[in-house]
Design a protein around this ligand. Sequence first.
Ligand code: DGJ
Length: 596
Amino acid sequence: MNLKAFVLGSLFLATASLQAQQTILPHLETNKQGQTQLIVDGEPFIMIGGELHNSSTGSAHYMAPIWKRMADQHLNTVIAPVSWELIEPIESQFDFTQLDNIVYGAREENLRVVLLWFGSWKNGMSMYVPAWVKRNQKRFPYACFNDGSKIEALSTLGHESVKADAKAFQAMMKHLKEIDSEKHTVIFVQIENEIGTLDQLSMYMRQPNRAMRDYSPMANKAFDGQVPSELLDYLSKNKERLHPAIANAWKAQGNKMKGKWEEVFGKGQPAVKRDYKSREEAELDTAWQTEYPWLTEEIFNAWNYATYVEQVARAGKEVYPIPFYVNAWIKQGFGYEPGMYPSGGPQAHLFDIWHAAAPSVDLLGPDLYATAIFDFTLKGYDQPGNPVLMPETRPTPDGAARAFYAFGNYNMLCYSPFGIDGNGYSLDPIPGDCSYAKSYEVLSHLLPAIAQYQGTDKMKGLYMEGIQAPAPVKMGKYTITMRRFNTQAAQALVGVAGSEQENAALPAGVLIIQTGDDEFLVAGGVGDCTISFRQGNPLKPQPGQKLSGILSVDEVTYDEQGNELLHRVNGDETAFGTCVIPSGQVKCFKVKMYEY
Ligand code: DGJ
């Protein structure tokens, strides 16, 4: 072969392989560590995202300046709503303007998108269904409370409702395929939003809960009917792996393979009465975490919601099979009866029911604002095959600090504050606050390393509010401790701790990756903190025991081309043997230790 033919041949092969890679759709893959990851254009893709306010994508002119702002704030993914009412304003007449605006607006800024399909339900209600659905309750029946009055929400058991939602979703996915199957701007779709039957009065006004399940005449009939054999077959096949809530309820009734809902799972019971004085008190009391009031009602609802969603998801997958997830308004200490949170959504204790009914849904994810149950919740969702996709969390500085902690401790596929675009809503980022922008800037450079270490024990997170140091973590032979900088530096230098107020100003979070036996990468901040690596205690040395000291600490930054720049720090800037992150800053360090 002559040189020209060789060069042309190689070029052809390279182009063909690039094209093949580009046309492989975003999908989930399990790597050699057994970690499920999202693969986009041939590489693991971790979302450092933000969810837009519900109405932001209502027009292109409103969104025009926002896309750039999102890119400038170092998001790589924007989570953006598309609504059934705008996509199909008249039955069978589709208008994809909203979707086009999102895809082209984000693409222009090299952002990826997660689409939120606001179809039959959003926060338990059916506010995003088109007018022709709202007006025809005979064809699209509503769910009911236990007093027989209507919930402003479609019943899962309306055959026409699920058909209509699936048809609209499929039309949208078909259009998405036409405009995006080569570029992959859209990498994931959320189907519906925080679904389940919800009694707002009970949740907000503390009135008796009326929405433990759908009590419409159709639903009552189904509840009095047989548990579907598909569900019981699934439970039987997965008996050893069931969530304790499901396993215990089923076992208590004799693991029946046939029977009505209450015969198979028992009679639902109300929650234990506890008079919490505040939300905080409720969140801090963990007793409710292992209590499952009205469980049979919740399982019944979960099966029906998941079955409905499965039909919508399957219709979408048939035309354009990219990954789908469903999000949950999670059970919390303040109102932990299903109905006080949407009953039937994908709570961690209902994974078995969701997996049995909705195999076309790839992942289940939590919306998590309640900080006291951050770990409890993420542990529940971080399951084999279900990396944590958290579409909504707090957009405040503590949320930004917690991002480092979450990436370190949980297998995060997506971290995303809600309302990232800001519009005066109370949870908005504090005006002028750039905690997320700074944090995401640092994280954006670390994503390949995070992807590499996910599923191993070489990545951990630490987080603190106030002055109480978190429990140290062990990595290899090192014990790693996080403290406030002010406390430690001031104590070390002048023997006086910084004032409590000063120290408690901002929460701090860090991600630590052990890159070698004696080498670490440390990233994070927002509030001030120090991170120390120790073997042995230099204050109480044991005879013959080796102690460790810093060999070097290099602060890592990047030039405009993304090349790593190292800056050696020492002396005061390592506060006698630690990595120091001053208040309001976010930093990344490479640390090498040695023994003496
Ligand atoms: C949770 C919902 O999923 C969002 O769409 C939004 O309504 C937020 N709550 C507001 O806090």
